[in-house]
Design a protein around this ligand. Structure first.
Ligand code: 13P
Ligand code: SF4
Length: 337
């Protein structure tokens, strides 16, 4: 299995009119032509504001197609967004995703303005563990290195030795060369990694409220209804679901798998918008839908992205001492190739 998807898509345009036109053409594969007059004012305003503010829009693979195909400069999984956030020279980063992703961008760019269009966009995994929990686990397991999933708060990252994402978790654990690691907070990702490494993994009881809903029974039912179906899954799914899937990977690895393998029909066991975004790129592939919505990701919409750039709200702030310690964990992850 590839450990890293290729880098995120990066869009560049010569003029605002070119950028709006490119958005119109990309969105023509997702929305009926009649939808464009409604989308166009927000998209044109966002394109202009990005230029005026020297801003870049980073969007996670779970953002809706109007954001993903309409206004994002960079799209990708958590790992790609962190990498691109570390590389950008824009003055302003608008992070279309959930709060921990915007925090990660701020951790890597303490001197830039990082905006999140809706600061209430949380994550059940990030909410499942606190910095005090990590300190307690360290006391219980002295000397055991702590790997934290990027789906955590800055405070939790600050207590870790290193971060990981779903795209590099196995490699990060192996890079430590330890007999045992604490792998927090996603229990299912921890079990997935434990099955692929000799390292002993001590996990936590965090779950993704979206991916924990999938079942192996669902997969069997959908396979019966669709001959020749390929099933690909995110490692936040429960173990029996991962065992029944044909491929397991991060959102970028799943997208790249469909792009390169071009199956006749595929089921993406992950958030719904990813199927919409992938379907727009591969019209020859039938995307069978049995997805779940992430209510946190869905708090971000085009109108809020526009308002965010108009008002420069909501700027992410992190206590500098916590940000400096969290940066060590994130930077250490980015150094592992
Ligand atoms: P990826 O890093 O695979 O994009 O996953 C992020 C996430 O929140 C999945 O639910
Ligand atoms: Fe968090 Fe799950 Fe939503 Fe991803 S899909 S942001 S892990 S709640």
């Amino acid at each position: 299995m590839p450990q890293d998807g290729p880098s995120a898509r990066v869009a560049r345009h010569r003029s605002d009119a070119d950028a709006v036109d490119a958005a119109r053409r990309r969105l023509a594969t997702v929305f009926p032509a009649a939808a464009w007059p409604e989308l166009e004012p927000d998209i044109a305003a966002i394109v202009r504001l990005k230029r005026e503010r020297n801003a870049v829009v980073l969007a996670h693979n779970y953002q809706t197609p109007d954001i993903y195909h309409g206004v994002a400069d960079i799209v990708g999984d958590s790992l790609a967004l962190a990498r691109e956030a570390a590389r950008t020279d824009a003055a302003v980063i608008v992070l279309c995703g959930v709060h921990f992703m915007a925090e990660t961008a701020k951790i890597l760019n303490p001197d830039r303005t990082v905006l999140i269009p809706d600061p209430g966009a949380g994550c059940s995994l990030a909410a499942s563990i606190t910095a005090a929990d990590v300190r307690l686990l360290r006391q219980r397991h002295p000397g055991v290195p702590v790997v934290v999933y990027v789906n955590t708060s800055a405070e939790v990252k600050a207590e870790a030795d290193i971060c990981c994402t779903s795209g590099n978790a196995e490699r990060i654990v192996e890079s430590l060369g330890a007999e045992t690691v604490l792998f927090l907070p996603d229990e299912y990702l921890a079990r997935w990694v434990a099955g692929r490494t000799r390292t002993r993994i001590i996990s936590w009881h965090g779950h993704c409220e979206v991916h924990e809903q999938f079942t192996a029974v669902d997969i069997a039912r959908v396979r019966r209804a669709h001959a020749g179906l390929e099933v690909i899954a995110h490692p936040e799914c429960p173990p029996d679901v991962l065992a029944a899937a044909d491929f397991v990977g991060s959102t970028q690895q799943m997208t790249d798998w469909v792009r390169t393998r071009r199956p006749a029909r595929v089921l993406l066991l992950t958030e719904c918008s990813m199927s919409d975004n992938v379907a727009a790129e591969v019209p020859d592939v039938e995307l069978v839908r049995a997805c779940s919505l992430c209510p946190h990701m869905k708090r971000i919409d085009l109108a809020k992205v526009r308002r965010s750039l108009e008002t420069m709200g909501h700027a992410v702030t992190i206590d500098p001492e916590i940000a400096a310690r969290a940066r060590r964990s994130v930077a250490r992850m980015l150094e592992v190739r």
